[in-house]
Design a protein around this ligand. Sequence first.
Ligand code: SAM
Length: 226
Amino acid sequence: MATQPEHPPIRTYKPRRGRLTTRQARELTTESQYLLTADEDLDLESLFDGRPVFLEIGFGTGITTAQMAAQEPDFGFLAVDVHTPGVGDLIGRIHDEGLSNIRVIAGDAMQVLEHHLKGSSLAGVRSFFPDPWPKIRHQKRRLVQPDRAVLIADRVQIGGTWDLATDWSPYADHIELTLGACAHWRGGRVPRPHWRPVTKYEALGLEQGRQIADFRYVRTELAHTF
Ligand SMILES: C[S@@+](CC[C@H](N)C(=O)[O-])C[C@H]1O[C@@H](n2cnc3c(N)ncnc32)[C@H](O)[C@@H]1O
């Protein structure tokens, strides 16, 4: 019998039920070469024909993911989100637009990173507008945490990148403090990258008059800690 871990991992998301449209349900149930399961070891080399791979954590509707994949055809995009309607949307977009360089996982990106990706296997990670978890008692759920920063660093090649953006200024400060204190990453705030399309959440933040902060961190040359 499988044993439960003593302390279940702290999730960066709140499980939510989303109603699926007929198209989203069809995209999720029809066998697709683009949809992977969250519990398989990933051979990125063969999945992406040797292209360097970016992991996108929390792609939402996937509109941005599809745009990035179309404009960067020499890279592979491993797109992971827990919210299944968005996964259905992205698979639909891949089929409609004939994008061959995206693979999608419906699941927890932290589990994928911890259990199914090899060390130094990623060219970079992209996390745009991760949930800000503004309440103090929820802040341990934020994606950017010291232990998660070390795990992500282990899976990214030296010289690889972690690009982030947020519209929540306390989270921007938190990112700067946390990654500034992590010896595996060097970087900080950057002007908005020309290649980053406006995301759905960003558009909502802009409508509400929020400031957008972009960050780029580069994986340093420290020895692996895992
Ligand atoms: C605020 S939304 C931003 C979505 C999109 N990046 C955008 O800017 O429109 C955050 C997304 O991260 C996803 N998410 C949070 N934690 C996650 C995790 N551990 N693994 C995968 N997705 C996650 C949520 O389901 C949600 O879709």
